[in-house]
Design a protein around this ligand. Structure first.
Ligand code: ZN
Ligand code: FE
Length: 253
């Protein structure tokens, strides 16, 4: 098992640094500078880089990190990302140089077509697929692809820690409450998150159990969620149509 260190980047990104002894890995280093600062400060050598998808805010720092640390780079084979040494499709079980834990690679197309997630030691690193209280936008894939991808993540154990790549929770939960105002778990989560954000605290990681209880995109079978979706898109029948209606609604919320 490793420690996870949160490195804020840009406006609302989180880069996750995994530390085991004097070795480290990073997930989605969009920017090298804050990562290099932590490596220096903690006296760590970077041996492994995990990339979830090709967007610049997730991989823009890879080249600069490689210039200082000769690390292996895991990433989606289906996307064009500079520096990948371990191309992945999803379905693999991998070991990384920084620790003994195994990671399962999960294909999660939707936000981008090659997007992958990494699950190991009870931790899920899911990039821009599942967010705390929400999900990623559909830039490349279809609603059906993203819904399937989210279902794969929702099937992980409830206690799985969900390390997504952005602090979007407060805005996501405002939308969630518009969709499902009668959900008690959601109401209390909204309060918890408001308190945390007022103090400047991060609201990530979340857990799969909490997401299943309060994230509308994982709750398309719930009658209140489906009814709200149908008020926006009459005729949105079935879980997939509800999901697509929610995703569309959120884009303009
Ligand atoms: Zn992205
Ligand atoms: Fe992003």
């Amino acid at each position: 098992m490793f420690d996870v260190i949160r490195i804020p980047a840009f406006k609302d990104n989180y880069i996750w640094l995994l530390r085991k002894g004097a070795s480290a890995a990073v997930v989605d280093p969009g920017d090298a500078r804050p990562v290099l600062e932590v490596l220096d400060r903690e006296g760590l050598s970077l041996t492994s880089i995990f990339v979830t998808h090709h967007h610049a805010d997730h991989q823009g720092g890879v080249s600069s990190l490689l210039a200082k640390h000769p690390a292996e780079v895991f990433g989606p084979a289906a996307e064009s990302i500079h520096g990948i040494t371990r191309p992945l499709h999803g379905g693999e079980t991998i070991r990384a140089a920084f620790c003994d834990d195994e990671f399962q690679v999960i294909a999660v197309p939707g936000h981008t077509l090659g997007h992958i997630a990494y699950y190991g030691a009870g931790c899920l690193f899911c990039g821009d697929t599942l967010f705390a209280g929400g999900c990623g936008r559909l830039f490349e894939g279809s609603a059906a692809q993203l819904a399937d991808s989210l279902a794969r993540l929702a099937a992980l154990p409830d206690e799985t820690a969900v390390y997504c790549a952005h602090e979007y929770t407060e805005a996501n939960l405002r939308f969630a409450l518009a969709v499902e105002p009668g959900n008690r778990r959601l109401q209390s989560r909204v309060n918890d998150v408001a308190v945390a954000r007022a103090k400047g605290w991060a609201t990530v990681p979340s857990t799969i159990g909490l997401e299943k209880a309060s994230n509308p995109f994982l709750r398309c079978a719930e009658p209140e969620v489906a009814a709200s979706a149908r008020r926006r898109v009459p005729g949105a029948d079935g879980e997939l149509a509800v999901f697509a209606a929610l995703r569309e609604w959120k884009n303009g919320f």
